[in-house]
Write a protein that binds this ligand. Sequence first.
Ligand code: AMP
Ligand code: TRP
Length: 335
Amino acid sequence: MEQLEKKIIFSGIQPSGCITLGNYLGAIKNWVALQDDYRCLYSVVDMHAITVRQDPKQLRQRCLEFLCLLLACGLDPDKNLLFFQSHVPTHAELAWVLNCFTYMGELGRMTQFKDKSAKHADNINVGLFTYPALMAADILLYQADLVPVGGDQKQHVELTRDIAVRFNSLFGETFKVPEPYIPKVGARIMSLAEPTKKMSKSDDNPKAYISLLDDFNVIAKKIKSAVTDSDGRVCRGEGKEGIDNLLNIYSVTSGESIASLEARFEGRGYGEFKAEVAQAVVECIRPIRRRFDDYMNDKAYIESVYKKGAETALKISQRTLDKVHKKLGYVARAK
Ligand code: AMP
Ligand code: TRP
């Protein structure tokens, strides 16, 4: 009974690029913290991924790696539903319906569409344009209360709300209207190369981000070459975004407060500081990596996780889709 009353969380992660330290500290670590208090569903959104060209072999590998990393980071498949979007056909089916309740003008205003069509000018496909309608379907199928995303996805969640309200007012209460759930500041990990920009897995410069799958000596090198300043003091301050970011990373990976770190590094140089930051990051990632390797080698277990995830997700989402079809006036399928 208690299970039924828990609020529902849905989020999706695109299997593009690699999972970064920013994704882990800013998103996945928080998902792990939510798993006892909410009913959580997380999907590796492989259907969204093909809105830009993907190499099939690499896409398949990445989808599996992403799932294994989510498990390795501590998401318990008995507490969270984990599945591949393409395994649950209700997503595509509801997306079609929602396409018919979303306006060209709304989609044309989406910042991500504008950015991605500028970046991939040779492939401005219709899927890229209607991407938010598929995302709305992802969320609304599960009657989600909360959608934990980064600030960049807020606009898409707002459009999802508009679509839900529009449908509900035409056909009566059908969808729960979800809220975006944006992590507090502080969980924003910045680029190591340009510390005023967020660390992004799609950065062209691999030195800008740390992948959870980077070799440990590569991680140490990346931190060693992180952009700082010429002031020489390990503390926060204006123009010290690089050091601020490293302090933040050190603090969240080690659990030591920033004030305590500032005190401990007084009078010591950046070299020593960076070496310790690298050490803390490696120690934070090491157990995740060990578990990741175990999962990647246990094909049967992984298959059982995504099979069960997709089966349960289909059952839950089918209820919403049936309701939608009925409201639209479709003839019920013969049993
Ligand atoms: P994305 O990498 O854009 O697919 O984002 C996946 C999740 O990770 C989203 O919830 C983002 O908000 C979060 N995220 C991505 N980069 C960072 C970062 N540098 N710092 C904190 N959170 C991040
Ligand atoms: N568009 C999201 C991103 O790029 C991924 C995503 C797809 C998503 N469907 C979702 C996030 C549903 C939250 C809920 O990060």
